[in-house]
Design a protein around this ligand. Sequence first.
Ligand SMILES: Nc1ncnc2c1ncn2[C@@H]1O[C@H](COP(=O)(O)OP(=O)(O)OP(=O)(O)O)[C@@H](O)[C@H]1O
Ligand SMILES: [Mg+2]
Length: 285
Amino acid sequence: MLPIINVTGLHYTYLPGTPYEREALKDINFSLQRGELLGVFGPNGSGKSTLVQHLNGLLYPTRGSVTVCAADTSDRQQRRELWKKVSLVFQYPEQQIFGTTVWEEIAYGPKNLGLDDAEINDRVKKAMQQVGLLPEDSAGIPPYSLSGGMKRRVAIAGLLAMDPEILILDEPMAGLDPAGRSLILDIIKHRHDNSQTTVMISHNLQDIMALADKVAILHQGSLVFFGAVSQLLKDKEILSRYHLELPDYLQVIYSLQQQGYMLNSAARSIAEAAKEMARLLGSKL
Ligand SMILES: Nc1ncnc2c1ncn2[C@@H]1O[C@H](COP(=O)(O)OP(=O)(O)OP(=O)(O)O)[C@@H](O)[C@H]1O
Ligand SMILES: [Mg+2]
């Protein structure tokens, strides 16, 4: 099967030929299969946002190639069609809300797709429900009157209503309360369960490990690791070289392993780690 995303020898330079020239991405190579969930991780300024903006054609390579949903983003025409298939939730999406009502805001994308009114209504309602907004309560509210977290839900609903082949979320949980966080995690899990491709930037390695199939780690514009979560967990050198702090439950498992206990370190969540420890204790969950 052809990958849904294929990035080959990607270099990207901001403001080339000016005193502010900055090579933000250097020789990036990876591919992602349809239905996979990719977690992108790396320190501030490592190139995460720059990379994901190449996946919806907002940016295109200075050198190398990026093919997404069979479209070559270096081709202007193909790049312009990508907005229909790839939706990007920006780092602070609440700053990009323009609709006069919540309903108008969410319906904006589907309207541009040229869908009929019944389909638009259906998609807007479903998207509102997915982000935990009741259509009868919230549809007529002006978005500017909502809190930051609620605005973010509206922005995400607007992109879900596009029913994109790929959904990209740039730090979607930053600054949200626990309810907002778990709602977004549920949306991501739901897409994954339905074999829909998702790319998520996160500073929380625990979230990436719990959800993602593949992990990309950026460091100063280079892709220093790309592979399965299980592969990253085994790669002690990468973990220590880039100071990747493992979730607490994994640190406990590793520490027990060092003391000679036979534990499987492939646990992806606290629940899985608890099962593994219960097994060690000889009790059933
Ligand atoms: N519009 C721009 N013009 C010039 N340089 C930029 C621009 N956007 C980003 N950069 C530079 O490119 C590099 C990568 O930035 P990018 O925003 O992709 O990093 P990031 O990993 O998303 O960081 P953060 O975690 O802070 O969001 C940084 O050095 C940044 O200063
Ligand atoms: Mg960023």
